[in-house]
Design a protein around this ligand. Structure first.
Ligand code: KG4
Ligand code: ZN
Length: 375
């Protein structure tokens, strides 16, 4: 049995979790998040230094709470894990500095985990006692990474091995959701709100009369994405609507129009994501598919992906993360850390016991480069 305590502070959530692995099954003993969404929604986005100040306030109470909820003693921990990249440097530094200090103080080995690796491994949290996800996985595996900062197709031939076969050439899909929400006058973060309005539109209108937005790069002969053109198309649609309806920049948009744009925008995003995913499944003889990152909470994306796999690739093992583990959390960092820890040789474990001396937080760090440094 191994147990790990993990921290995640790469953006605006101060998070800590304790994960245990017994035989081949993973248990999330506690998973605590202190969210700053309310603070940042007043600014329409995350301000890094403000996020860091809040992390500093919250991190020790969050850790204390996590330990007590798990009824776990410090002695029973085998290791600590923390997000080292990518993210906002002032925010990341609060987590890494805390983890380094605790590693030194408690004499526990430390692992630095990549945020996107965490999102991918969030899928391996069991949904119930009979969930044998780790045993059911087959490689090659394709991860569709869709977050506020990333949109990537990641090919995995085995655990912890990553090839980025396609990625966005401009905005990330989550960023496009947030920007579209802003243009529509909806609160930050935009993804959940757009998703809710799009769902209402579909319930009221079916799939008829959805505004047709462009599907950038859908036919390009590669696995890359682009979302900035789609965002601009939304902007022009809203501008034209305001002009035709004599609405000034500050006038609120009517609900029915917000719903129609949300549904059209979401449809275009999902279409492009699924089309490239499908192409990659065929090209790389994929055996398992999963989605990772905040946008994986999107109901329409989840439903359409499931429909696509059920109808076209019934042999594929499809995994969708639990909704509360789609968004940023520390359980995902702990799961990745624990599975890595279990594969470590004695010398790697030894190295982890002095990592507190030279752990480095990085704003940008590709998943592939990170994986090389962990070898
Ligand atoms: O993974 P995440 O929590 O943070 C990053 O690593 O970036 O992702 C946050 C992103 C935001 O852009 C947010 O608008 C989006 O995920 N998001 C959603 C939904 N929930 C969160 N996008 C679409 N539909 C949702 N239900
Ligand atoms: Zn994230």
């Amino acid at each position: 049995m191994s147990t790990i305590l993990s921290l995640e502070t790469s953006c605006d959530d101060t998070a800590c979790a304790i994960i245990e692995k017994k035989n081949n099954s993973i248990h999330v003993l506690s998973n605590v998040i202190s969210s700053q969404t309310q603070i940042h929604s007043q600014n329409g986005g995350v301000i890094p230094n403000l996020a860091a100040r809040e992390h500093t306030k919250n991190i020790l109470p969050v850790i204390e709470n996590t330990l007590s909820q798990a009824r776990c003693s410090i002695e029973s921990l085998d290791a600590l894990a923390v997000t080292i990249a990518p993210g906002l440097i002032p925010a990341l530094l609060v987590g890494t500095t805390t983890a380094q200090t605790l590693s030194w103080l408690w004499k526990k080995p430390l692992l630095g985990i990549h945020h996107i690796e965490g999102h991918i491994y969030a899928n391996f949290a069991p949904k119930d006692e009979n969930d044998t996800v780790i045993d059911s996985l087959r490689f090659p595996l394709l991860a569709l990474v869709v977050s506020g900062g990333h949109t990537q197709l990641v090919l995995m031939k085995e655990h912890f091995s990553y090839s980025i076969i396609g990625e966005t050439q401009d905005d990330a899909v989550g960023e496009a959701f947030d920007k579209t929400a802003r243009v529509l006058g909806l609160p930050y973060p935009g993804g959940p709100e757009i998703s809710r309005l799009a769902q209402e539109f579909r319930n009221e209108n079916g799939n008829e009369n959805i505004i047709q937005f462009p599907r950038p790069m859908i036919h390009s002969p590669n696995f890359h994405f682009s979302f900035s053109g789609l965002k601009t198309a939304v902007l022009y649609t809203v501008k034209t609507y305001r002009k035709e309806n004599n609405l000034s920049e500050n006038d609120p948009l009517p609900k029915h129009f917000q719903k129609a744009v949300s549904a059209g925008f979401e449809d275009a995003c999902v279409d492009v994501l699924l089309s490239k995913t499908q192409k990659a499944i065929e090209r790389f003889s994929i055996q398992s598919v999963l989605i990772a990152g905040g946008v994986s909470a999107n109901i329409h994306l989840r439903e359409m992906l499931k429909k696509c796999i059920d109808e076209k690739f019934p042999h594929i093992f499809l995994r969708l993360p639990q909704k509360d583990l789609s968004l940023d959390n520390a359980a995902m960092i702990g799961i990745a850390g624990l599975l890595r820890w279990d594969l470590f040789s004695d010398s790697e474990k030894q190295k982890a016991s002095t990592l507190w001396k030279n752990l480095e937080a990085r704003a940008n760090f590709s998943l592939e480069d990170y994986a090389h440094t962990m070898k």
